[in-house]
Design a protein around this ligand. Structure first.
Ligand SMILES: [Zn+2]
Ligand SMILES: [Zn+2]
Length: 334
């Protein structure tokens, strides 16, 4: 099948129209007609080859929702016409300990949707049936794409860290990931504190689910909530005063990062020891948890705030995100 896509021909370049041929479909593979695809910071990182693993031409796009149009003989649980989503991963080995334990996102032999293969800025994309996730009835497809990367990335730590409805929690950085975390944690039942460096956003953050808004750059404000939070989720990728945030944790509290801070996080041992506190991180989430998250979103009417661009305006959309103007997640309509 010929696919009409948008690709970067070289690192850092604008995307251009690009056609390629998908080989005859494999027994376990599914072809999806793309309806919408979210634009994620990782797409920009891959286009710029920031992580050194990009292959060009590169078709970005890993927050895909669409419809099954073709499938191999051994595909399980899907049929033509099903509405589905596909995220960062398109395949995993399905036999290692992690895969057999339902943690396919931790498989060391997994395949990234835009790593060495072509992603969802296209009219069609292919994935293994296990990662092609059926959408629940009643979901809003125009806003569901970002749930498959940003959404599951912030949903997984809530489950992984055993966050309780009675917990007081904090979210650092209210952008594409952080605003989804606020909505999830509010619906989870928690008392939610948004940490932001821009207090002008206070009203908007409260509308999204924050009970409290704290200026993350003001040490007095941080001190005023010392020892109060059970869980803090960091969604930023910048160096912060980690000790100050650890001080806001209650005993046995957890600081969890999904923001890929490139500089080492300096954590003095005593800031963890005295209150049995811990620091951790995680990538994305499992297939089963992704399904549960989608049900949770439909039940509580939780969606990212999206700005829609046409797929052919992809370069405009990339510039919008790159300039820090996205409020809060950009979605391309095929
Ligand atoms: Zn992503
Ligand atoms: Zn595996």
């Amino acid at each position: 099948m010929e696919v009409n896509a948008f690709a970067a021909k070289k690192a850092g370049e604008d995307l251009e129209k690009f056609n390629y041929n998908l080989p005859v479909i494999g027994k376990e593979h599914v072809d999806i007609k793309v309806h919408y695809c979210g634009l994620c910071h990782s797409d920009l990182s891959m286009v710029n080859n920031d992580w050194g693993n990009s292959k060009f031409p590169l078709v970005p796009g890993h927050e895909i929702v669409g419809e099954v149009v073709a499938l191999g003989d051994e595909v399980k649980g899907l049929k033509k016409g099903d509405k589905v989503g596909l995220g960062w991963f398109s395949e995993s080995c399905m036999h290692c300990d992690q895969c057999m334990d339902g943690k396919q996102h931790l498989c060391s032999d997994s395949e990234g949707t835009i790593v060495g293969r072509h992603g969802g800025f296209a009219d069609h994309v292919r994935g293994h049936w296990s990662w092609v996730t059926k959408l629940p009835d009643g979901i809003d497809m125009s806003k569901a794409g970002p749930l498959f990367c940003g959404g599951i990335t912030v949903f997984n730590p809530i489950v992984l860290s055993g966050v309780q409805p009675t917990d007081k929690v904090g979210v650092i950085g209210i952008g594409g990931l952080g605003h989804m975390a606020l909505k999830f944690l509010k619906a989870w039942g928690c008392e939610v504190t948004a940490f932001t460096s821009n207090k002008d956003k206070t009203e908007a953050l409260k509308k999204m689910g924050a009970h409290n808004v704290v200026d993350s750059t003001d040490s007095k404000e941080l001190e005023s909530i010392a020892g109060s939070l059970d869980f803090i989720l960091n969604t930023t990728n910048v160096k912060l005063d980690w000790v100050a945030f650890l001080t806001t944790l209650a005993p046995q509290g957890k600081l969890h990062t999904v923001g890929a801070v490139l500089e080492p996080m300096e954590i003095p041992a005593f800031s963890m020891i005295s209150g049995e506190k811990s620091v951790g991180g995680s990538p994305l989430g499992s297939i089963a948890l992704t399904r549960k998250m989608l049900d949770f979103c439909v039940r509580h009417d939780i969606y990212p705030a999206v700005e829609e661009f046409k797929m052919e305006d992809v370069n405009k959309a990339i510039k919008h995100l790159h300039d820090g103007k996205a409020r809060f997640r950009v979605v391309l309509k095929a």
